[in-house]
Write a protein that binds this ligand. Structure first.
Ligand code: TRP
Length: 373
């Protein structure tokens, strides 16, 4: 049976996603040329993840940038639900977040929602998600965030600070709204219903700490938007700015269709994978190739449905000329999938080799980044 249902919620993403439709349905703004040149004007360059519109949508980014130009600096907020090991798909948002930190000198507040993953994932214990929060933090640190400007915290371990603020949000949020936004029902546990209040807190916590309103930019994958719709509704009622956001697409898995997901066998490459595992996963990746080499040499292949090409496009070939050249050679059958996969395999191995070294070093510096109370 063909299942062509499309679902994009914070708990589930599946199907062939039409991102323009999401912009319309969610009521966000598309990243257009105007905002791209504004970013370039301020930062001196535009990150390929924005230029290629992998970050394709936003809320109030234009407002945030004009505040910045007036001298009203913003802080960054993003997060991770620590349900298991980090994979390459998670890094997409974090890489752009790091770029924003570098270019705009912004603080980063990074939330590890160990409580969320405990509430939402059957079979995960609170102890496990809490432990994974610190494992995942190593991947964040390995990307090179500034230890003086980066604050990472687990909801469980920073609860004394977070909880009183979450209560202020929760009091403004009715069950009826939470149910409409997230689709809860009678058998949803009450932790789930409360949880979104926790995810709102980092969007105004720095304003509380500084005793003045500070604009906030949240880079995140589009599936998290329902949380921030609620957050943006409530924060002005508490006297804070609505947070701005910039939304990414999902990094597709190495299999046909769908996002990179830990639950689909071999569709995800984890930051802790060995060279052998990388080799095997890339070898088995879905491509736009033809059934025989002979046919492919004659008629070429289709990069637009190819997961390997997607990996180049999103993370591993940011040079437009290099990618354009590869695309041409693919379309005319000059390069075959086996060779193309080998190049990707080597790029991923090189990236992860380096990442794993930095991840090891991060273990010694973890305390410098962690907030707890
Ligand atoms: N709920 C997110 C997840 O499941 C984690 C998260 C918390 C987050 N705060 C965030 C993600 C802010 C992006 C931005 O992964």
């Amino acid at each position: 049976m063909v299942n062509d249902e499309v679902v994009v919620t914070p708990w589930e993403v599946k199907g062939d996603i039409d991102y323009d439709k999401l912009v319309r349905d969610f009521g966000t703004q598309k990243i257009g040329d105007e905002i791209i040149s504004k970013i370039e004007q301020i930062a001196g360059e535009v990150h390929p993840l924005i230029k290629r519109k992998i970050f394709f949508s936003h809320r109030d980014l234009d407002w945030l940038l004009s505040e910045y130009e007036k001298g009203n600096k913003f802080f960054l907020y993003t997060g991770r639900g620590p349900s298991g090991d980090t994979h390459l798909g998670h890094l997409v948002s974090w890489i752009l977040t790091k770029w924003f930190q570098d270019k705009f000198g912004a603080e980063l507040w990074f939330q590890m929602t160990d409580d969320e993953k405990f509430y939402f994932k059957d079979g995960l214990t609170a102890e496990f998600t809490n432990r994974m929060a610190y494992e995942n933090a190593l991947d964040v640190i390995a990307l090179g965030f500034d230890e003086k400007k980066t604050f990472i915290f687990s909801d469980f371990d920073y609860a004394k600070t977070l909880y009183p603020q979450a209560a202020k949000v929760a009091k403004k949020l009715t069950f009826s709204t939470a149910r409409a936004v997230f689709g809860f029902n009678e058998s949803s546990n009450v932790g789930q219903i409360f949880f979104t209040s926790m995810q709102s807190v980092p969007a105004f916590l720095p304003s509380i700490k500084e005793g003045k309103n500070i604009p906030c930019l949240i880079p995140h994958a589009i599936d998290q938007d329902p949380h921030f719709r609620v957050c943006r509704d409530i924060l002005p009622k508490l006297g804070y700015y609505k947070p701005a956001a910039i939304h990414s697409m999902f990094l597709p898995g190495l299999k046909q269709g769908g996002k990179m997901s830990s639950s689909i066998m071999d569709s995800a490459i984890f930051t802790t994978d060995t060279g052998e595992q990388i080799e095997k996963k890339v070898k088995n990746a879905f491509t736009g190739g033809k059934s025989t080499a002979e046919e492919q040499r004659k008629t070429g292949a289709n990069p637009d449905i190819c997961s390997v090409y997607n990996y180049y496009f999103i993370l591993f070939m940011w040079d437009d000329n290099e990618l354009g050249d590869l695309r041409k050679r693919c379309l005319c059958g000059e390069i075959l999938c086996g060779d193309c996969k080998k190049i990707l395999e080597n790029k991923i191995k090189k990236f992860l080799n380096d990442h794993q070294k930095k991840r090891e070093e991060a273990k010694k510096r973890l305390d410098k980044f962690i907030l707890r109370d």
